[in-house]
Every structure is written in structure tokens, then in C-alpha cells.
Write a protein that binds this ligand. Structure first.
Ligand code: NAP
Length: 413
């Protein structure tokens, strides 16, 4: 057996080039966090799928050199910290990483390890593709009509928010200031919250969404907001989005007004339609007319609701992957939690982590390997070979363990 050290010696670093594209060597070092609770179960299964796909796709010419880094309970036990500095440093250095779910510490000095990681590495876009795999139990009549990618702002809005509790000195001071100096009329027994949303933060998220739509030949980008009520935060998000689309992507995009005025309401094939919808209406749209939406750009809080609601439409978080992406680093992750009651039982569904790996491979430009995994996972589910969570909602399913599911996916490549 090769030692971890000698394996790492063979590995090389991924680098970000001047134009922002990644330069990926043949044997990149990729840090991983196995996660808490069921994290080790799904990691063990998923990593075999990743290695198998890379081996088959590139005939041994390429491989991933995995480097374990610690966060969560394991880190706390080994290093006395829920998120050691070395972990953040390693991810910043190696650019691309993947993680399982982490326990949210109770009174551990962090609101959430996940949020801390995103903030420290400035991973400003939470990207969630939502696509239906045939055979997955879904509450929708036509789940196959759903094929969206949500770009949710990951650093501002309520994530950068401030709150003051009712009855505190600070809360009273804020209310006094607002009532006396700013002409507000706030009841004294109120809790107060502030949500900042900047032009810089909004535009870089929307820029990434539009660029993705152009690169992946997606039909539209929808700016989803609650700007009818919160005009200078959510409303500004929409305005900044249109402004950015028209200044930075003028040749590639059209707005709905432009399409109506100049193209008789029909979007030319080579253009991306940029539109906006108010958040409450949008929650109806994704249920009633999902095929009309492709890429969504959303502020933090509304994007949070929408990502999980959409995941439910295609079968739940067990199969929804995610990526947290910044200009310098990216961390891909299972979107569900640690499901601690099933820990070490080799039972839960590894699909969310496997599909997060698919996103990671695509991000690295290793499309052949990612396509192999996606195809094989889809085939396995279609054959009704699934873990307990899907099996309990499917007729005639074969229930397999987490590790057996991975074997079936590998066998199907
Ligand atoms: P959870 O871990 O997602 O589990 C809730 C339920 O969802 C499970 O009991 C199970 O349902 C189902 N489930 C979750 N993952 C599954 C999988 N891979 N396969 C099949 N079923 C799965 O949510 P939680 O219990 O609220 O949270 C537990 C811990 O995880 C908390 O500390 C929380 O803060 C943390 N968390 C972390 C992340 C993250 O790291 N990104 C995200 C969310 C929560 P059944 O019991 O019905 O089978």
C-alpha cells in the first residue's frame, strides 16, 4: 500500500489562471472533509465512485490525489477546533475541495461550521443544480420538466445580518435612533434585524449566473427577488442584475421587454433571456410552469428557501448536490445534514455527495468522468436499485446498502 505521504508527493496543485479559469494537472491534490454522523459512510461510498469514473474515463492517465482535512466533530476531537486554520489554508491552497455534512456545534463558538467556511474562503455563490432522475419518487406530476440551476448569494443578506433582541439595551438604542433620528415608527417591544445587500456582492453572484447560462447554453436567467416590498435591498438586486446584464453581456442577452418589442415575443436561439420574478410568485411558477425556468439568481434568504423547495420537487435533499464557489476556491458538498441516527450503519443514500462530485469534476473540466457517473447513477435508479429512503416510496424496489449502491453505480459505468 502506498503511504499517504508518497501519494501526496505524486499530486500537483490546481491553479487559478489570470482569466479566472482553472489549470488542472493530471493528478490534482483535492482536500476532502468526510463529515460527521453518516458523513464517513457516504464518503467511503462516493470516493470509490469518483476514482472508478476517473480511471475508466482516462485509462489511468489522470487520477485524484485525496488529502484529508478536518472540520466538525472529528476536527474538534483531533485538533481542539471545529474548523482548524490549516483546513481553511489547505482548501485555499488546493482551490477545489469536497465535503460531507457537518454537525452544527451547540455553543461551539460558531453559528455554523459550513457558514464559517463559506465566509472565510469567500465562497459567494451557492450553486444547486436541480434535475430529475427517472424513477426517483417525487410529489410532482411531471418532475421531468424541472431542470434548473439555482445561484444563491452566499455571503450577504441574512448571512451578514445583525439582530438585536427585544428588551436589550442595544435593541432599545437602535429603536431609539431609528425613531428619533430617522423618522421611523417602530414599537418599543420589537426585535430588530438588519440585512445588508451590496452592489458588489449582488453583481458578482449575478455575473456568475449569467456566465454559466451562456457557457452551458441555458435559455434564461431569472432574477428572483422581493423587490416590491424591500425596494432598496431585494429591488436593488433586480436593478443591479439588469444593469450588469446590459453592460457586461450586451451581445449575449435580451430582456423580456426587448424580446416583446423587437422579436415579436420569441427569443432568438443564440440569446439568453434575462427576466425577473417576485419571490412569492416564483414559488408558484416552479410548481406550475417549471419548464419556463432554467438558471435562477437569488439573494441569500429567498435562495435558501427556493433551493430546498426545488430539491423536494425532484425527490428531496438525498439526491440534491451543491457547490459553494468563489473566485479563488470552491467546496462541493452534500446538501443534507449528518442524519446522526443512521451513523455507521452503511445505510443512507450517498447520491447527494456523489452528484456533488459530478459538479466538482465538471468544475475541473473533467466532463468525461462526470458524465460517466451521472449516466450510471441514473441507470441504477431506473433499475430501482436504491437505498431505504427511496425504496420506501417506490414499488418493487431492491433496497441496497450505501456501499452496495456505490458498487452498482461503478458497475454501470
Ligand atoms: P438531516 O441530517 O438532513 O436529517 C434529517 C432526515 O433527512 C434524516 O433523518 C433522514 O430522514 C433524511 N436524510 C438526510 N440525509 C439523508 C441521506 N443521505 N439519505 C437518506 N435520508 C437522509 O437533518 P437534521 O437531523 O436536521 O440535522 C442533523 C445535523 O446536520 C445538525 O447538526 C445540522 O445542523 C446538520 N446539518 C448540516 C448540513 C451541512 O453540513 N451542509 C446541512 C443541514 C444540516 P429519515 O429519518 O426520514 O429517513
Amino acid at each position: 500500500m502506498q503511504s499517504v505521504q508518497s501519494k501526496l508527493k505524486k499530486g500537483q496543485k490546481i491553479v487559478v489562471q489570470k482569466n479566472g479559469d482553472l489549470k488542472v494537472p493530471e493528478h490534482p491534490i483535492i482536500p476532502f472533509i468526510e463529515g460527521d454522523g453518516t458523513g464517513p459512510d457516504i464518503w467511503k461510498a462516493a470516493v470509490r465512485v469518483f476514482d472508478g469514473a476517473v480511471e475508466i474515463a482516462y485509462g489511468g492517465q489522470r487520477s485524484i490525489v485525496w488529502k484529508e482535512v478536518y472540520a466538525g466533530e472529528k476536527a474538534n476531537k483531533l485538533c481542539g477546533s471545529w474548523l482548524p486554520d490549516d483546513t481553511v489554508k489547505d482548501i485555499a491552497e488546493y482551490i477545489v475541495a469536497i465535503k460531507g455534512p457537518l454537525t452544527t456545534p451547540v455553543g461551539g463558538g460558531f453559528r455554523s461550521v459550513n457558514v464559517a467556511l463559506r465566509q472565510k474562503l469567500d465562497l459567494y455563490a451557492c450553486v444547486r443544480p436541480v434535475k430529475y432522475f427517472e424513477g426517483v419518487p417525487s410529489p410532482m406530476k411531471r418532475p421531468q420538466d424541472i431542470d434548473m440551476v439555482v445561484f444563491r448569494e452566499n455571503t450577504e443578506d441574512v448571512y451578514a445580518g445583525y439582530e438585536w433582541q427585544v428588551g436589550t439595551k442595544e435593541g432599545a438604542k437602535v429603536i431609539d435612533f431609528l425613531n428619533k433620528k430617522m423618522g421611523c415608527q417602530i414599537r418599543e417591544d420589537s426585535g430588530i434585524g438588519i440585512k445588508p445587500m451590496s452592489e458588489f456582492g449582488s453583481k458578482r453572484l449575478i455575473r456568475r449566473a449569467i456566465r454559466y447560462a451562456i457557457d452551458h447554453r441555458r435559455s434564461s436567467v431569472t432574477l428572483v427577488h422581493k423587490g416590491n416590498i424591500m425596494k432598496y435591498t431585494e429591488g436593488a438586486f433586480k436593478e443591479w442584475g439588469y444593469e450588469l446584464a446590459k453592460t457586461e453581456f450586451r451581445e449575449q442577452v435580451l430582456t423580456e421587454a426587448e424580446v416583446a418589442e423587437k422579436y415579436g415575443g420569441v427569443v432568438p436561439k443564440d440569446k439568453v433571456l434575462v427576466k425577473d420574478r417576485i419571490a412569492d410568485a416564483m414559488f408558484q411558477q416552479v410548481l406550475l410552469r417549471p419548464s419556463e425556468y432554467s438558471v435562477l439568481a437569488m439573494p441569500n434568504l429567498n435562495g435558501d428557501y427556493m433551493s430546498d423547495a426545488l430539491a423536494a420537487q425532484i425527490g428531496g435533499l438525498g439526491i440534491a448536490p451543491g457547490g459553494n464557489i468563489g473566485d479563488k476556491a470552491a467546496v462541493f458538498e452534500a446538501t443534507h445534514g449528518t442524519a446522526p441516527k443512521y451513523a455507521n450503519q452503511d445505510k443512507v443514500n450517498p447520491s447527494s455527495l456523489i452528484l456533488s462530485g459530478v459538479m466538482m469534476l465538471e468544475h475541473m473540466g473533467w466532463g468525461e468522468a462526470s458524465a460517466l457517473i451521472e449516466g450510471a447513477l441514473s441507470k441504477t435508479i431506473k433499475r430501482k436499485i436504491v437505498t431505504y429512503d427511496f425504496a420506501r416510496q417506490m414499488e418493487g424496489a431492491t433496497v441496497v446498502k450505501c456501499s452496495d449502491f456505490a458498487d452498482e453505480v461503478i458497475g454501470g459505468m
